[in-house]
Ligand binder design. Structure first.
Ligand code: HEC
Ligand code: HEC
Ligand code: HEC
Ligand code: HEC
Ligand code: HEC
Length: 371
């Protein structure tokens, strides 16, 4: 059976050179994926491709529109459906808008300016696609080497954000900049877009020499592998004088920024449970998170409010890059009773989530037996 992708490619090859003429509206991902198949596959798995579709986002967008009107809605769509700024599709009718952070948006970024409160991308949808390579050619678009595509500045345009009250809501870029990885020149791309086996274009279009592409899946907190890489836990237990003493050392060993980073509603939760033999199980939890409040000091628990109304930090117990925190817990257990002690780590995405999977994931569990 003929694959429609190849038909598309065939059509592109036989199309006249006029396709090089100025392009004004962005292309959909499927068009790019006709040639960049492996990259499209990775991107489809990413949360970037779901940035508008996400149930959590849709719910929050509705609340933002209802409570704060069309201006607020525009703020949200600026990052979650960035092509809308040029297509004007504010009522979200186009397939392109539903692609969220899509190919043609990122590859039409020409530079990043840092002159306002927020880093800003200068985007021009013409037929030259910018990327990390010098001297490559494509049959349907111009190519240009772009220093900004290999730099964290590109990511900063959405992962660093001060709201209209001047409050820094998203600080992933500045956390990275202050930390040890910026100093050693290890940017966002090194950890989130590392090289993987794959062909940059389908061989029907061009036999390319390289066999590696930059992963477009952007694995972050929705990837168990990344979470397990990021957090190391060590569990120490003693039983003395009728008390079980538990120490858990938690290290941010591989995230280039705070854990958690991004939205203040994200939480890393440590849950310690002691199960004495024949007795009732005991439990204590601790959260690593940044709690934010509005101008009147009211703690904010909704994503739309966090973005629009956050004005101060109430507490911040997150783990900086390479930081270790020692957490201590005490439980009353009669001497002579053996206990199983478990320390479970959860990553919690949002209190607004309606399903368990949207809400949190357990990624690490440690256990000990103490006499
Ligand atoms: C007809 C096939 C085809 C289509 C469709 C296509 N490309 Fe390409 N693209 C190529 C080829 C071929 C190369 C060069 C690859 C090489 O030589 O290794 C390339 C290179 C690139 C590069 C690298 C540029 C650089 O200098 O680093 C980017 C970025 C890119 N394409 C993005 C896109 C985007 C975004 C779309 C959709 C708007 C798209 N391409 C559509 C064939 C295509
Ligand atoms: C969030 C922004 C973003 C999105 C969305 C995105 N890219 Fe990229 N892309 C990049 C960056 C950044 C690089 C360079 C990474 C590096 O060199 O470290 C890149 C690299 C590339 C390259 C050069 C080959 C490679 O793997 O390095 C091609 C081709 C490409 N992207 C095509 C696409 C296509 C097609 C899509 C959609 C299916 C897409 N990109 C979506 C940011 C993006
Ligand atoms: C146009 C805005 C935009 C740009 C540019 C952008 N991102 Fe994102 N990114 C988002 C949004 C929006 C989300 C959250 C989507 C959601 O969860 O609904 C996100 C989520 C992520 C996540 C979380 C993944 C997870 O598992 O939850 C990672 C990692 C990430 N981006 C990395 C990057 C990197 C690295 C770059 C630069 C190469 C980049 N982003 C550029 C908007 C952007
Ligand atoms: C040294 C590796 C490393 C570097 C550098 C790095 N990250 Fe991460 N990042 C991780 C790991 C590991 C995770 C998973 C743990 C977590 O979610 O905190 C992660 C998680 C994330 C998340 C998901 C947060 C959430 O709760 O949804 C985002 C967004 C993100 N990174 C963006 C970035 C951006 C933007 C940069 C550059 C300014 C960057 N990262 C630099 C390793 C790195
Ligand atoms: C400057 C860019 C930017 C703006 C503006 C923005 N967001 Fe986001 N949003 C992000 C990024 C980046 C993430 C992912 C952060 C992380 O992984 O922790 C995110 C995550 C979210 C999430 C969690 C989604 C999920 O799937 O877990 C919700 C909900 C959300 N934003 C709602 C909103 C609403 C509502 C607005 C407008 C009031 C808004 N955002 C404005 C960039 C932005």
């Amino acid at each position: 059976m003929l694959n429609s992708r190849y038909l598309l490619v065939f059509f592109l090859f036989t199309a006249p050179l006029s396709v090089f003429a100025a392009q004004e509206t962005p292309h959909i991902a499927e068009y790019c994926g006709g040639c960049h198949q492996a990259i499209e596959q990775g991107w489809k798995e990413s949360v970037h491709s779901q940035a508008l579709e996400s149930r959590l986002f849709q719910d929050a967008l509705q609340m933002a529109s209802a409570d704060f009107g069309a201006r607020a809605r525009r703020v949200c769509l600026g990052c979650h459906a960035p092509t809308v700024a040029v297509t004007g599709d504010w009522s979200l009718k186009l397939k392109l808008s539903w692609e969220g952070v899509t190919c043609d948006y990122c590859h039409s970024i020409r530079s990043v300016v840092m002159d306002g409160p927020n880093p800003k991308a200068l985007v021009d949808y013409n037929n030259v696609k910018e990327g990390p390579w010098k001297d490559v050619t494509s049959p349907v678009h111009g190519t240009a080497y772009s220093p900004v595509h290999t730099s964290p500045l590109l990511c900063a345009t959405c992962h660093e954000y001060r709201n209209s009250l001047g409050f820094p809501v998203l600080t992933t870029y500045s956390e990275w900049k202050k930390g040890p990885y910026a100093a050693e020149g290890k940017g966002c791309q090194a950890c989130h877009m590392y090289q993987v086996e794959g062909k940059v274009v389908v061989p029907q279009v061009k036999e390319t020499a390289g066999h590696e592409i930059n992963l477009h899946e952007m694995p972050g907190s929705h990837s168990l592998t990344q979470l397990n890489k990021a957090i190391r836990g060590q569990l120490f237990v003693t039983h003395q004088g009728g008390e079980v003493h538990v120490e858990v050392d938690v290290t941010n060993q591989a995230a280039g920024h705070m854990v958690p980073t991004g939205s203040p509603l994200r939480k890393l939760i440590l849950d310690v449970r002691v199960e004495p033999m024949g007795g009732k199980s005991l439990e204590q939890t601790r959260a690593f998170t940044r709690v934010v409040a509005d101008r009147d000091g009211k703690i904010l628990n909704r994503e739309d409010l966090v973005f629009l109304r956050a004005a101060k930090v109430v507490s911040d117990t997150r783990l900086a890059p390479l930081q270790t925190k020692k957490e201590f817990f005490t439980f009353k257990v009669p001497q002579g009773t053996g206990s199983t002690v478990a320390a479970d780590f959860y990553y919690s995405y949002s209190p607004m989530a309606t399903t368990k999977a949207q809400q949190e994931v357990e990624f690490l569990s440690l256990t000990r037996f103490v006499q």
